[in-house]
Design a protein around this ligand. Structure first.
Ligand code: SAM
Length: 295
């Protein structure tokens, strides 16, 4: 049993917020310049989202191997992938020790995974081990500070609904406590460099999602539902509010700081729930960082 076993619906609803497929195509063709078939391994693949969007963009004959610690998500992936035409397999395994031989893959990739793992360096070591000489390591990881800074909601001063300073300190303290890091995206070039990955470059996902009060259509409904799944609009009862304040205090904030921040979060969620008046712009600002394995 892992924390991710019951997260299929969440994953399925939220992935579309983060990447544009045409941008992924741009990376494949113009940046990564992948012209020959490749064997790809996806670390922390979940149900295989990345395989579904990336593989159709790769040369014919390319193969996909998805690795994840959650057997539930892998089983979902196996079911969904019954209809795909490319060769694929799924492995239930920790990303720290994948049962594959050294020098097997052309590309080791991960999407929103290193941010959740307390030891990203040991995952990179494993990615490198099973990647061939001159193969690529690609990570696509989050930057929560940027997401909060970029988010725009019309009709209210941003400082009334987002406390960037509080959030910055909160994320730092969560990182200190758990070693996981929602802001790992922009750190990845340095993390890759210290893991001896060469010719490192980085890009930022160009996906921007827009909700407009006067525009109601299927695409808007889908973005709204995805943002809801990502936590926007959540209503807290008194017990949940108290628990949140206690958690902030455990992380070193005073009761006043915690209460003041929570009031802003509650206001933001209230505004989000009032969809008929909501004009909102959201960017996930995921960092694609990539480099080469030289053995
Ligand atoms: C946010 S999800 C991303 C899933 C997938 N990459 C996607 O974009 O849909 C994080 C994934 O990492 C997996 N994971 C977390 N820790 C792991 C570990 N130590 N080894 C392998 N997978 C892990 C989880 O099971 C989950 O599927």
């Amino acid at each position: 049993m892992t924390d991710w076993d019951d997260k299929f619906d969440y994953l399925q609803l939220t992935r579309s917020l983060y990447l544009n497929i045409d941008y992924l195509q741009f990376l494949v063709e113009k940046v990564w310049k992948i012209t020959k078939k490749v064997d790809v391994v996806d670390f922390g693949c979940g149900y295989g989202y990345l395989g579904l969007v990336l593989m159709p963009l790769l040369p014919e004959g390319s193969t996909y191997t998805g690795v994840d610690i959650s057997e539930e998500l892998i089983n979902k992936g196996r079911e969904i992938f019954k209809s795909v035409s490319f060769n694929h397999k799924f492995i239930v395994s920790s990303a720290n020790g994948v049962p594959e031989k050294a020098d097997t893959f052309d590309i080791a990739i991960c999407n929103s995974v290193l941010m959740h793992i307390p030891e990203p360096d040991s995952v990179l070591t494993e990615m490198k081990r099973i990647t061939k000489n001159n193969g690529m390591i690609i990570s696509c990881e989050s930057n929560w500070n940027a997401v909060n800074a970029l988010m725009y909601i019309d009709g209210i001063k941003k400082s009334k609904i987002t406390d960037l300073g509080f959030l910055q300190i909160l994320f730092e303290r969560v990182h200190e406590k758990t070693k996981t890091d929602g802001n790992i995206g922009m750190k990845m070039p340095v993390i890759m460099a210290r893991n001896n990955i060469k010719n490192i470059q980085a890009r930022i996902s160009d996906a921007v999602r827009i909700i407009l009060a006067d525009e109601k259509n299927e695409e808007q409904d889908s973005i709204y539902t995805s943002l809801q799944s990502d936590g926007f609009g959540t209503e807290l009862n008194d017990e949940q509010k108290a628990r949140k304040i206690n958690w902030f205090m455990e992380l070193g904030f005073s009761r006043e700081e915690a209460t003041e921040y929570l009031e802003k979060e509650i206001k933001l969620n209230e505004i989000f729930r009032n969809r008929s008046d909501l004009n909102m712009v959201y960017a996930a600002a995921m960092t694609f960082c990539f480099g080469y394995v030289i053995k």
